[in-house]
Write a protein that binds this ligand. Structure first.
Ligand SMILES: CC(C)(COP(=O)(O)OP(=O)(O)OC[C@H]1O[C@@H](n2cnc3c(N)ncnc32)[C@H](O)[C@@H]1OP(=O)(O)O)[C@@H](O)C(=O)NCCC(=O)NCCS
Length: 396
């Protein structure tokens, strides 16, 4: 088995394996739509006797964590050929990648998991949650709604490509989990090739402007009689209200389905009958602290405190050990120590608590963390508490 990054000439073969890995047939037209995006990534392949049997794309991006942006690699298109599954190929590829990321100084890695059983063993933990909303139109009445003076208009792809990254940046500048996307990922999102649509129609794109200033946008698809809200990205309270009212008001569409919203989305508290808004919550972004010391030391914390954390990490042994973290709103210092630990947990569980999606108290009750010094869970929860719920706003 050979593992290596591929070159541009191998891209078509690679894409054939990748599409087959997800149970689809290769289509050269569709490949052309994704070619530039795939080419902009680092594409790792596993070869068996010259045949591509494993694929993982890595995109070096930046993630917002409290205090600033950290170098983060997004994994995508993770596949092993159906002929080669459960022989340890994914394990070998992730091991190769972790060493590569560590050598490159990339501090975090993240991904969206097709199944929640796959990535915990590699030290990834569920670091943000998403809520999926469904609302029937007769119940879309607001009891609370701000005065809205702006207007909505449809935009075509070139204008959306220009405006949407800027709006996202303003909307999410302090949202833990926000990934500053690469140009190529934005290109393919706006191009909206057929496989991205999952059987629904192409994207409609609408911008909200107040006094000529673009303060929000929504992208949505139609499937039969349902509006599927893909991204709803408001910068202001007025944009938020106007965009939701628009989604619920599309004629001939009795149902609105809005997946992948943040868990602190205020919509339920604007509705007259919030119980009619069906909600389902699940894990969204999976996070890996590739370099625990840097990840803990290069962010801020909501409260001042000192914690000694012992991290168990057999997959990335350079992380294994005890860290003394001194952190607060102004910054942090994190260094190895031999002191007795206050908290003991795995790298995956530390990642699950890192952005504040899951409290350390809950991780402990679930049997995933151990409190060695009384009061440490309370302190950890106070330090890691986010000002906004962690959210992975875009599809990339
Ligand atoms: C998910 C996938 C990449 C796993 O590849 P693989 O080479 O079979 O994985 P490995 O052999 O390295 O598995 C390592 C361990 O994870 C377990 N595992 C891997 N995928 C699993 C799955 N989907 N469900 C349950 N367990 C899984 C294996 O059983 C193995 O456990 P063990 O160490 O106790 O034996 C492969 O099944 C696949 O391509 N699936 C379809 C596409 C997909 O869902 N990709 C993930 C996108 S996020």
């Amino acid at each position: 088995m050979e593992l290596r990054l591929i070159n541009e000439g191998e891209l078509a073969d690679y894409s054939k394996a990748l599409t087959r890995g997800f149970g689809r047939h290769f289509d050269s037209e569709i490949f052309e739509a994704y070619r530039a995006t795939i080419a902009s990534s680092r594409a790792l392949a596993a070869f068996d006797d010259g045949q591509t049997v494993g694929t993982v794309l890595s995109y070096p991006l930046q993630m917002y964590v409290p205090g600033g942006m950290l170098p983060t690699t997004l994994l995508d298109s993770v596949t092993v050929q159906p002929t080669h599954r459960r022989q340890g190929i994914l394990t070998r590829m992730v091991d190769w990648l972790m060493n590569d990321f560590h050598d490159r100084g990339e501090i975090l890695s993240c991904l969206g998991a097709s199944e929640s059983v796959i990535y915990g063993r590699f030290g990834y933990g569920p670091a943000s949650l998403q809520v999926d909303f469904t609302l029937e139109r007769p119940y879309a009445n607001f009891s609370h709604f701000p005065e809205v003076n702006g207007r909505l208009r449809f935009v075509e792809k070139p204008e959306a490509r220009e405006l949407f990254p800027l709006i996202t940046e303003r909307a999410c500048s302090e949202r833990p989990g926000y990934l500053r996307g690469s140009d190529k990922l934005w290109d393919v999102y706006i191009a909206d090739p057929e496989p991205s649509r999952d059987g629904a129609g192409a994207l409609f794109m609408v911008v909200y402007e107040d006094d000529g200033k673009p303060d929000g946008y929504v992208t949505y698809r139609i499937r039969e009689t349902t509006v599927i809200v893909h991204e709803l990205m408001p910068v202001t309270r007025q944009a938020h209200a106007a965009l939701w009212r628009f989604c619920f008001g599309v004629d001939l569409m009795p149902t609105t389905y809005a997946p992948k919203r943040p868990v602190d989305e205020p919509l339920p508290w604007m509705l007259a009958d919030p119980r009619r808004l069906r909600q389902s919550v699940r894990d969204d972004l999976w996070l890996r602290l590739v370099d625990v010391r840097e990840a803990l030391g290069r962010r801020t914390y909501a409260a001042e405190g000192r914690l000694v954390i012992e991290v168990v990490d057999s997959f990335c042994p350079w992380n294994e050990g005890r860290y003394q973290l001194d952190g607060g709103p102004a910054g942090a210092d994190c260094k190895p120590t031999t002191s007795e630990p206050d908290l003991l947990l795995s790298a995956a569980d530390l990642a699950a608590g890192y952005l504040g999606a899951i409290s350390f108290t809950n991780l402990c009750i679930a049997g995933r963390a151990e409190e060695r010094k009384q009061g440490s869970l309370e302190l950890a929860d106070a330090m890691f508490r986010p000002s906004q719920a962690p959210w992975w706003p875009n599809e990339f």
